[in-house]
Structure formats: structure tokens, C-alpha cells
Write a protein that binds this ligand. Sequence first.
Ligand code: DGT
Ligand code: MG
Length: 397
Amino acid sequence: LYPDPDFDLNKFNECVAERRAVLDHQNKDIAEALDLLREYWSLCHQTVTDERRALAFARAAAAVKCLPFKVTNPRQLKGIKDLGDGHALRVATQIVESGHSQEVEEKRNDKKFLSFQIFCKVFGVGPSIAKKWYAMGLRTAEDVKKRFDQLDVSKDNMISYGVAFYDDLNRPLQLVEAENTYKHITALAQRILPSVVTSMNGGFRRGKSSGHDLDVLFSYPEREHNEHGLIAAVRDELDKKGLVVWSRYSRADGPRGVEIDSSPLPAGSAKDHLLVIMIILKYPLDGHFDQLERRDFSTEKNLGLFQLADSARPWRAIRVDLVGSTTTQYPYAQIGWTGNKQYNRCLRQYAKDAFNYSLSSTGLYDKRQHRWLPAQTERDVFDHLKLSYREPWERNF
Ligand code: DGT
Ligand code: MG
């Protein structure tokens, strides 16, 4: 049945977190169709059932991306865990049989969906705001710009920057641009704190050649974190150079007025776990984040729009996230900020189901033994979870 004689369906289904998905997988047409339905339900959902539908399509698309062969016969799709035996399987089968799905094409061209896609491409806008704008009769990016004054968005809000820099921020950031910016930021951070360790995470670490932003992760010992507030210092240095267009800083143990104001979360005690819960409750419940992500935060973070030198004009705005983690959190932060989002969901669900562990970008918490599990490297995290190590480029679920 399978062109790959080594393919074992039972093994493939045994543990979803053991699967691997490279960017250049073999079933792009099926995955694209399923991802479109995921996006449709994630943006246009009305009910909790619709949100669940979006997650089900995300799992189905990931399953297809993990298949180590090109599907040529619909029978090859039968019995695949996460593809199921319902809606997603039906769509995948149509694509294999005819290269076409009526439903996918209708949704792709759905007017409301197209407007929601445009609105959600505004930095700071998620499905709930998109819905409001749609109800106000807005349809296009031009409508948003023209009627911006009626949108009840304050001038310093991230959304007003999202609108002002709409074109810049929707132009893909190329790998070489990301690397240059990353090097510049790393050099700056090393001048402030020579022992800092940095990594370029997000899609670029998974092998993408372009992306919507640059995700830089910093790691430093707890003690130095408390003294310096490194991310704030880096942001301030960039600001002095006139390179910051907009930024929002948050720190778990920061003074009042920052986005998250509570104590830092080192790997340690049950008391720390309580703090996690307190912060979960404080974390904004935006439609973009599902249950597994809401409890997630880092001790220090700066969302920013920075200036990037541009050949055609003095500069253009790009999205850069600076994330600080202590040395004890670093491997967890690396996994969390490498993604992709669906891979993280899968790992976290598996950690919960298999061991009753709570996995986040700040650590792995054993809820039975009430303790955090230490890790020095990403491999240690995989070992804790009794999973084979997966390279970043195999995490493109
Ligand atoms: P891109 O930027 O379009 O190339 O795609 P990615 O995969 O780099 O996506 P991005 O930049 O949104 O996020 C990178 C990873 O970081 C993703 O797997 C999820 C994680 N992440 C994003 N935002 C947050 C956040 O607010 N909190 C936490 N803990 N993780 C986040
Ligand atoms: Mg990114």
C-alpha cells in the first residue's frame, strides 16, 4: 500500500510527538488545504466547537506533513491518527483524487474570511477585533486606514503602529536580513553582559528562509537577570541609536505598570507553581492563544518594531521579539520559542497525557511529585519526556 516499504502505520500512530515534519515535506497540496480550513475556523470561529475544529484541522495538517512518502492513493490516508475518519479525511481524499476540494475553494474565496485575513495581518489584531471591524462594515486594509479615527484605538496602541506600518510588516523578513539584525543585537547585548548566550529562534531556526518576524532569545544566570534587566537594557541601547519604532516591554518581576508584574519563575518550588497560576490568570485571553499557550510567559520580553536599513529608502519597520530567560529556563525557552506552534501544542499535550507534566517555555513541572525538572540542553527535555530528540528543522508541524 505504501511506496515506502519501511512505513509502519502502527508505529506512526503510536506517539504523535515522535513524528517529524520537515519544511520540504511531500504532501504540500493536502497540507495546504487542511491548513486553510484551520485558518478559516481559527479566524472566523463563532463557537467553541469552531475553535476545536480549527485545532482538529491543525492536527490533521501536521499528520500529513509528517508522512514520509507522497500520498498517491486515498487508501494510504486511512487509519492515520489525527487525520481521523471525518471531515479532514474527506478533504484530504478529494485532494488526492482530483487535486481539488470544492469546500476549500469556497472558503478560500469567502469574502468575510478574506477580510478577517487582512485585519489579522495588522500587528496587534486578532479574531475578536477583526470581528468588530467587520461588523462596522470595514472590508479592506484601505477601509481600516481611512476609517482609523472611528476605530477607538489610541495613538500609542500597537494596533495604530500595525496600521501605519501595514505594508512594511507584511513584507516577509528575509533570512539574511534577520541574521544581520540578530548579529547586531547580539553584539550589543554582549557589550552589556559578556556572559549572555543568544539564539535566533522561531521559524528561521526551523529552516525557513523568510518569516514574519525575528525571535531572539537571551539566556543569563538568574543573579545577573535580576541586576540588569538585560532585555530592557538592549531595547534602551537600540532606542538611543534611534532604531526603535515602537516597543512593549514586560517583565515577570518588574515594577508596576509593566504588562506582567509578579515574581520571576525559577525552576524550584510549589510556591513558584502557584505564581505560574497567578500569572496565567493575568495573561490576556486573546483569541490567538489556546489553553495550552495561555499559561505561557517568559520572565522578560520585549515585543518591538525596529528600523531595518532598506535599499530603496532609509529604513523599513520589522517585527522583532526579544525574549529573556534564565539559564535554568533556557532549554525550555528554546523549545517554546522555536516552535512551531502546533509542535509545541503536541509536545505539551503529550507531556500532560503521558506523565501529568506541565510543559511551557519556562520549564517542565511534574504535577505528581510537585517539582520542576532541570535541563541543561534541549536534549535533556526530550529525555525527560522519553522522546527521541528532534532537530529544530524536524519541528515544522
Ligand atoms: P514566522 O515568524 O512567521 O516565521 O513564524 P514563527 O514560527 O517564527 O512564529 P512566531 O514568530 O509567531 O513564534 C515563534 C515561536 O514562539 C512559536 O512557536 C510560538 C512561540 N511564541 C510566539 N509568541 C509567543 C508568546 O507570546 N509566548 C510564548 N511563550 N511563545 C510564543
Ligand atoms: Mg517568528
